[in-house]
Design a binder for this molecule. Structure first.
Ligand SMILES: Nc1ncnc2c1ncn2[C@@H]1O[C@H](COP(=O)(O)OP(=O)(O)O)[C@@H](O)[C@H]1O
Ligand SMILES: [Mg+2]
Length: 443
């Protein structure tokens, strides 16, 4: 814009031409328009700046993590409100203080070295550091990043820190309840073991009682016979006459008692053998947990399992074992016996209020598998719980009666044997199918 030149002598007014005036006026107009434009831009930028500041303040006051902005020399420029809350210091005391002074004295050299590294390598770094607080210290998971200016030079630091105290407390709480849960679980597993041991012992006690009383009765008889023979031999020693001895022999019925003697001995031996067999069964049940898998007759094991559960039972239940035929499987006999006992016990529990309760075991071979089915005529498993019955601790029985572990343990044992255990469809009641690998492969 070229304005008309004023006269060099101010005392002498100069006359401008019309064109010159027009030019002046339009120049003023333009300048004014420029000014308005500039003013508007300034206001817009001010508003933006204000918005940005509000935004930043909102962030700084709402983040729960620690946020510290520091300058190149490490003096604090701005902090989130959480820093003031944690340290219990007013903003004026924190801002402009040295950044490292906010932290525990012993850690300051490490922190200073870390910041130097951040500056030199222009890379973030992190460490665990204790922020000095009103109550003492708060451990922080601290991460420091370089703050760059518009030319990309390091102009300061941005530090973020996650307070670990609350987190640690939460972790400690979590691990405490985890431990409590584990203890409770171990307790329940032990309970189930004790419960099955209890059932087993009830059966064993009953089972042992018979042969033992048999042995007792026979020893009593043997004692009586011994008395008679002693009387007779005393007479012989005393030199009794032949006639006297014959009479005594008849009186004491010695000839019949000799035969009875043999019977009593056989009886006592049978009883003792039965006791030995039971002990042998028990030994097998308890000792083959970690042992090698062997071939054994599943029918026999199922029969033993059935007998033992039945003996421990109070209500009358018919146990039908007539369709058990010899099938050799490969596995740990004691464990499999435990599975069959669990299944029969569950059926027996389901039949508790019934007078005509019936449990039927059937065994056959399909391909290379032995298939044992335990079926009962109880109420069956309701649709709603079918999916849960194999879950550990799932039980529909009252507290103290069921632990909900029987089926889950049984399922695990079946799988460990390369077999399976499943609830199958049945016309009435419930039916469980256990399949196991045959000892000799395909039947
Ligand atoms: N023969 C069955 N008839 C009906 N319900 C059964 C039968 N067997 C198992 N169940 C159901 O499965 C649940 C889980 O069985 P189990 O794991 O042996 O635990 P528990 O016998 O301790 O309850 C039982 O509580 C019962 O509801
Ligand atoms: Mg059970």
């Amino acid at each position: 814009m070229s304005l008309p030149h004023p006269s060099p002598d101010p005392a002498r007014p100069t006359l401008f031409s019309d064109e010159a005036w027009v030019e002046v006026l339009s120049a003023m107009d333009r300048t004014y328009a420029d000014l308005v434009d500039y003013q508007e831009r300034l206001e817009r930028q001010n508003a933006e700046l204000q918005e940005m500041r509000t935004f930043l303040t909102a962030i700084l006051s709402s983040v729960s993590d620690v946020l510290i902005v520091a300058g190149r020399t490490g003096q604090v420029e701005q902090v989130s409100r959480s820093v003031l809350t944690l340290t219990g210091r007013p903003e004026a005391q924190v801002v402009n203080a040295g950044l490292v002074e906010l932290f525990a004295e012993a850690q300051r050299p490490v922190l200073a070295a870390l910041l130097q590294g951040v500056r030199e390598q222009r890379r973030s770094a992190s460490l665990e550091c204790d922020l000095l607080t009103a109550e003492g210290m708060e451990p922080l998971e601290l991460s420091a990043a370089p703050r760059l200016d518009e030319r990309g030079r390091v102009d300061g630091y941005v530090l973020t820190g996650r307070p670990l105290g609350a987190l640690r407390k939460a972790y400690a709480g979590l691990s405490e309840s985890h431990d409590a849960l584990k203890t409770a679980q171990a307790f329940l597993v032990r309970n189930e073991k004790l419960a099955s041991l209890g059932r087993l012992l009830a059966g064993v006690a009953h089972e042992l009682n018979n042969p033992i009383s048999f042995v007792y009765a026979n020893t009593h008889a043997l004692e009586r016979y011994a008395g008679k023979f002693e009387t007779y031999f005393a007479k012989v020693q005393a030199g009794a006459s032949r006639e006297e001895l014959i009479a005594l022999r008849q009186e004491l019925r010695l000839d019949r008692e000799v035969a009875n003697l043999r019977e009593a001995i056989n009886g006592a031996r049978d009883g003792a053998e039965r006791v030995r067999d039971i002990v042998e069964d028990l030994r097998r049940l308890s000792s083959d947990g970690a042992g090698e898998k062997v071939a054994f007759d599943l029918a026999e094991t199922a029969r033993t399992a059935g007998q033992w559960v039945m003996r421990g039972m109070k209500q009358p239940v018919t146990l039908d074992l007539s369709s058990l035929r010899r099938v050799e499987v490969l596995g740990r006999r004691g464990h499999i016996q435990q599975v069959v006992m669990n299944l029969i016990q569950n059926s027996a529990d389901a039949l508790e209020d019934r007078a005509d309760g019936r449990i039927r075991l059937s065994l056959g071979a399909e391909g290379d598998r032995a298939v044992l089915v335990v079926a009962d005529n109880g109420p069956g498993v309701p649709e709603a719980v079918r999916a849960s019955i194999f879950d550990p601790f799932f039980t529909t029985k009252p507290v103290g009666r069921g632990t909900g572990l029987g089926l889950s343990i049984s399922h695990k044992i079946a799988e460990e044997h390369g077999g399976s255990l499943a609830l199958i469809e049945a016309d009435e009641g419930a039916a469980f199918r256990l399949d196991l690998p045959l000892a000799g492969g395909v039947a």
